[in-house]
Design a protein around this ligand. Structure first.
Ligand code: URA
Length: 246
């Protein structure tokens, strides 16, 4: 918690653009601790000061964390002129600077963390940190034992090096649906890994990222804030993951 300018405080909390909130401040619509403040540069102590806008209290949220069950058909971006984005789905957000931690393809569903915690995002996404991501995958052709071995050893997806070993679990008896855990996050990685073994992904859903697991109660398109416990465990896990050269 620290001190920030009144206009930034209000803009961060989504009350308008910086110039819109400046106008409101100058009009006398904003009170700090019960006194009207007309100077946009007035410094607010976010831990102490009570700010009201047109009589409504505006409390400060520094960092926000949401778990979204991304539906298919929505892009993993913050803003898009034509398409609906994952951040647009977080309708109750307080801050304007939220972004998705990593990208899921437009047709992929499942767990996406939406936050404005850049440091945590960096830890979770760093290729050197090897944070596990588990996906439920449906593929066109049954996955042979030989292909399981290849996916669990490393396959050529056209990058400089083979993929790091994946881990396959929960293989269905007909061998066309399974869970795959990977530690990297290359563009279209799972789709390319199955292409490398002459198969095709028909459906993809992310189930977990590090210690964070998709809440089964969230329908596609639904979200909820992370619990304090989930935030704590995720930070501990991301911080602890060993850095290494790939
Ligand atoms: N791998 C893919 O191919 N797509 C995703 O969205 C995520 C992982």
């Amino acid at each position: 918690m620290g001190k920030i300018r009144l206009d930034k405080f209000l803009a961060d909390m989504g009350l308008g653009t910086r110039s819109e909130v400046k106008k409101e401040i100058k009009k006398g619509s904003i009170q700090v601790n019960g006194m009207t403040v007309k100077n946009p540069e007035y410094k607010i102590d976010t831990g102490k000061d009570q700010v009201t806008a047109k009589g409504q209290q505006v409390s400060y949220a520094e960092l926000e964390y949401y778990m979204l069950n991304k539906p298919a058909g929505v892009v993993s971006a913050t803003e898009d002129k034509r398409e609906k984005t994952v951040v647009d789905l977080i309708t109750e957000k307080r801050r304007k600077d939220l972004f998705p931690v990593g990208r899921l393809d437009k047709d992929t569903e499942g767990l996406l963390l939406i936050t404005n915690d850049g440091a945590l995002a960096h830890e979770l996404l760093s290729p050197r940190k090897h944070v596990d991501k588990t996906y439920f995958v449906k593929v066109k052709e049954p996955v042979s034992t030989e292909h399981v071995k290849l996916l669990e050893t490393g396959v050529d997806i056209g990058e400089e090096k083979l993929t790091l070993p994946g881990k396959i679990s929960r293989m269905a008896p007909e061998r066309t649906s399974l869970c795959l855990t990977i530690r990297e996050g290359k563009f279209h990685q799972i789709k390319r890994m199955f292409q490398a073994v002459d198969n095709e992904v028909l459906y993809l859903k992310r189930l977990s990222m590090g210690t964070l697991e998709l809440d089964e109660n969230l329908e596609p398109g639904a979200y909820r804030p992370l619990t304090q416990e989930e935030i704590k465990r995720l930070k501990e896990h991301a911080g602890k993951q060993k850095s290494s050269d790939i």
